[in-house]
Design a protein around this ligand. Structure first.
Ligand code: NAG
Ligand code: NAG
Ligand code: NAG
Length: 406
């Protein structure tokens, strides 16, 4: 009896130390987010197809259903900055810009829900959003209630125009206000990205209050930007990979496949590394115009399955050798790993390298069946000390899964 009491108490203690538990983001959330591709284009008069207004989000929702993204797991349709009116209403509530969102956010949420999708919105912890729209400072609870009344499913809370020293109290407070609405709202915090300049963020605390959090620079439409983010995640300063798990994930920012800046190989590399890093998968591209190659990468079921592995363990960079990096992530079934060989080489010729599964920490004597992920072909059966010969293209990737052989 005493033993039982002891362990139940221990259990309670442990769950109190764990991450935010609102039943959401048990695997990395997937969806579409406007910012990287559509920015703060508010010119609906001259650019009606691309401006931040209700029709952009309705058209993306339509494409997500018709072209198979929803069924592949991309369920959130997310508004970013520049959606709001510059004035709060008579009750100090946020309101959407009436010209660009004539039917309001609640109706947009209804439309998105009718398609089997979820709606995300954007706010800011400070006095203004990064784009100069009303921030939530002094209105955190009002805004949480407004978003819940609109039946919003996710909130990205940015940190422009705020006092950094308030964040440690304020971001958790918003988490409580969201909880109090009674509506499960996935909470995305920009908190660590703002304080990382002045020290190592308290990641266990951030995971206690946020489902996902941005911890580094915004992704831009270039390979330099993507590789820089990958390096930051490889360095893992502050050991932030350790707090990732069901309900809580580090967010290296949006996927830019289908945009202007990445070659085909580089798009594969972003997709592969985001899968290994257990990253939220938010596309930011024009789904009305995307080319079939990029679309097929975004919809690749083997790569998505690695990203969505139920263990939720964030992969790490294990080896750096010249321009080559080897990354790995434990996945189910137990004893398996997904691994990526990334080449940062710009030398123009593929790199050939030998890799042993032992170097990934694998020791199952009967060996492993190794399957390439993008195309699903069998690479072979390898014992831990056998050499796997891998060829990887410049600024490209080789992604595979190794499962214990029985
Ligand atoms: C609020 O928090 C409690 C305790 O963590 C949790 O059980 C519940 O699901 C949360 N509710 C919402 C709506 O987030
Ligand atoms: C990663 O760490 C190396 C070595 O400390 C450092 O030079 C580099 O700037 C870091 N990269 C990023 C993106 O933080
Ligand atoms: C990172 O966190 C993990 C899990 O808590 C721990 O085992 C490991 O020692 C930590 N590493 C560093 C460098 O702090």
């Amino acid at each position: 009896m005493r033993v039982v009491v002891c362990c139940m108490l221990l259990g309670a203690l442990f769950s109190a130390l764990e991450g935010l538990d609102n039943g959401l983001a048990l695997t990395p959330p997937m969806g579409w987010l406007a910012w990287e591709r559509f920015r703060c284009d508010i010119d609906c008069a001259d650019d009606p197809k691309n401006c931040i207004g209700q029709s952009l989000f309705m058209e993306m929702a339509d494409r997500m259903v018709a072209d198979g993204y929803r069924d592949a797991g991309y369920t959130y349709v997310n508004i970013d900055d520049c959606w709001a009116s510059k004035q709060r209403d008579a009750n100090f509530r946020l309101q959407a810009d009436p010209k660009r969102f004539p039917d309001g956010i609640k109706n947009l949420a209804k439309y998105v829900h009718s398609k089997g999708l979820k709606l995300g919105i954007y706010g800011d912890f400070g006095i203004l959003t990064c784009g100069g729209y009303p921030g939530s400072k002094f209105f955190l609870q009002t805004d949480a209630q407004t978003f819940a009344e609109w039946e919003v499913d996710m909130l990205k809370l940015d940190g422009c125009y705020s006092d950094l020293s308030d964040m440690d109290v304020g971001y958790p407070l918003m988490s409580e206000f969201l909880n109090k609405t009674g509506r499960p709202i996935l909470y995305s915090c920009s908190w660590p990205a703002y304080i990382v300049g002045s020290g190592i963020p308290n990641y266990p605390k951030i995971a206690k209050y946020c489902n996902i959090w941005r911890n580094y620079a915004d992704v831009q439409d270039s390979w330099d930007s993507v590789i820089n983010i990958i390096e930051y995640y490889g360095n893992d300063t502050g050991n932030f990979s350790a707090v990732a798990g069901p309900g809580n994930f580090n967010d290296p920012d949006m996927l830019i496949l289908g945009d202007f800046g990445l070659s085909y190989q580089q798009q594969r590399a972003q997709m592969a590394l985001w899968a290994i890093m257990a990253s939220p998968l938010f596309m930011s591209t024009d789904l009305r115009k995307i080319d079939p190659q990029s679309k097929n990468l975004l919809l690749n079921t083997n790569v998505i399955a690695i990203n969505q592995d139920p263990l939720g363990i964030q992969g790490k960079r294990l080896v750096t050798e010249g321009a080559i990096e080897v990354w790995a992530r434990p996945i189910l079934p137990h004893g398996s790993v997904a691994f990526a060989v990334l080449s940062k080489s710009t030398g123009g010729t593929p790199t050939t390298m030998g890799l042993t599964l032992k170097s990934l920490g694998l020791s199952h004597k009967q060996g492993y069946n190794v399957t390439e992920a993008f195309d699903g072909f069998a690479v072979g059966m390898f014992r831990p000390k056998d050499t796997i010969t891998i060829q990887v293209d410049p600024t490209g990737v080789f992604l595979a899964v190794a499962k214990p052989h029985h």
